[in-house]
Each structure stands twice: as structure tokens, then as C-alpha cells.
Design a protein around this ligand. Structure first.
Ligand code: GLP
Length: 241
């Protein structure tokens, strides 16, 4: 994994947005895998600026998001659908028919998962997948487990993730208990991976990801096997490495 160490969150956002913009310039119909959480917000702000000030063109870009909470309507303020509209989709010239997220309200979740993987295959696979990392090493919503899940699937969130994500809700009781997420297999098939991590509370997860054993107990450790994975981390996130 290539490691780019920068000073702080602002510099991560700037560098990662530059990487994404370069990919869009080189391949205007890029299939871009997107993430949610606080880590990518600054990147999306930078991409919006590049669109507004420098005409970065998203008109042919296709996007696929990693995950969505089960039971969430797209209009729910805490849904990842809403998050993506607020931070990126409504602010650049992406075509709505080109953006894809799992449907957390699907009546048949198993079928939704199969269809989501089929849709990614139909797009030709992911060119660049943006990732954050959970404090327990989860990527997307692939929580620590006994095996690496391959395709898109439904997961039960761990108490550590529920606690970490409660800041986006009123209380832990309001955080959904389940989510649909791309599997580790889907993520690993992306031709390039860009993981961003900021802050001291990610330092242990980053150290384990880079130097620990490759194990589903720390899902991000699988990225050691990816041929083109890049980490952009700040001094705090890389402080234990
Ligand atoms: C959620 C998302 C992940 C994200 C993680 C870390 O669990 N499903 O994709 O990487 O949060 O979020 P943050 O960037 O807010 O620390």
C-alpha cells in the first residue's frame, strides 16, 4: 500500500480530491466508488469547488456507494442517500441516473444485494474506490468477522460502530442495527483504492491495517493484498505506524 502522509484533515481533503479529479480528467466516464462518514466530507467540498471554479465535469461519471442503513428512506436526514445529495450530488453536474446506492428500504434485501453487484458488473467494475476506516478496522460496513464477505450483503452493526455513528443521530438507540454494504470482494475488485484517515482515534486501526496480520477480524488488513491501494493519512492517524 502506498502511504501519503500529510499534515491534517484539510490537506487530506485537498490531496484526495486532486487524485479523484485527475482520474475524472483521464477517464470522464469513470466508475467512482464513494464513501460516507466524516472523513470524505472535506474531499466532497473540494470536488464541488473544482466543479464550480474549474469546470471539473461530472456529466459522464458513474458513482456507486459502499453502503446504506437498512430501513432508511432516501429522504431520511440520516440516510446515506441524503448525505450524498447534500455533500456532492446536488452540487455538481452528476446525472441522477448515474448515481447508485443500495436501497435500504428494499422489500427483499437479499435480492437487492444480488442486483447491486450485478449493477456494478454491468458498469464495468469500479475504477477508483474511496474508503474511510472505522475504529475497529471496518471498511464500508464490513465489520470484524470470521471470514471476508465477498459480495454485497446485509450486516449487523457492532456496538462500537453504533456508538461511533451515533453522533449523526440523536442517540445510540436511533442508530439502525443493520446495513447493506458492498462486500470485501466487491471492494477488492476496484482497480484502485484510495483510503483516507484522519485523527488520533484512527491511529490504532491504521497501524493494524498496515502492519497487522491479514485477517477478517480487522477487515481493512485485506488491503495489504490490493495491487493499487493508496492511503492518505494525517500525522495523527499515522502516529502509531
Ligand atoms: C461508517 C461508514 C464507513 C466509514 C466509517 C468511518 O461506518 N459506513 O464507510 O468509513 O463510518 O466514518 P468516519 O469517517 O466518520 O470516521
Amino acid at each position: 500500500m502506498r502511504i501519503i502522509k500529510v499534515k491534517n484533515y484539510e490537506k487530506i481533503s485537498h490531496s484526495a480530491a486532486n487524485v479523484i479529479a485527475a482520474q475524472i480528467l483521464l477517464k470522464p466516464d469513470l466508475v467512482l466508488g464513494l464513501a460516507t462518514g466524516s472523513s470524505p466530507i472535506g474531499i466532497y467540498e473540494e470536488l464541488v469547488k473544482k466543479h464550480q471554479l474549474w469546470d471539473l465535469d461530472f456529466s459522464e461519471v458513474r458513482t456507486v456507494n459502499l453502503d446504506e442503513y437498512c430501513g432508511m428512506e432516501a429522504e431520511d436526514l440520516q440516510s446515506y442517500h441524503y448525505f450524498m445529495r447534500k455533500h456532492l450530488f446536488d452540487k455538481v453536474n452528476l446525472k441522477l441516473e448515474n448515481v447508485h446506492l443500495p436501497d435500504g428500504k428494499a422489500s427483499d434485501i437479499a435480492e437487492e444485494c444480488v442486483n447491486y453487484d450485478a449493477m456494478i458488473r454491468k458498469l464495468g467494475g469500479i475504477d477508483l474506490q474511496l474508503l474511510g476506516i472505522g475504529r475497529n478496522g471496518h471498511i464500508g460496513f464490513n465489520e470484524p468477522s470470521d471470514s471476508f464477505p465477498l459480495g454485497t450483503h446485509c450486516v449487523k452493526l457492532t456496538s462500537s460502530t453504533i456508538e461511533a455513528n451515533q453522533r449523526f443521530f440523536g442517540s445510540t438507540g436511533e442508530v439502525p442495527r443493520q446495513a447493506i454494504t458492498m462486500g470485501i470482494g466487491s471492494i477488492m475488485k476496484a482497480r484502485r483504492i484510495l483510503l483516507v484517515a484522519s485523527g488520533k482515534d484512527k491511529a490504532e486501526a491504521i497501524r493494524e491495517m498496515l502492519t497487522g496480520p491479514i485477517t477478517p477480524k480487522h477487515p481493512a488488513s485485506v488491503l495489504q493484498l490490493h495491487p493499487d491501494a493508496v492511503l492518505i493519512g494525517d500525522e495523527e492517524a499515522l502516529s502509531d505506524y
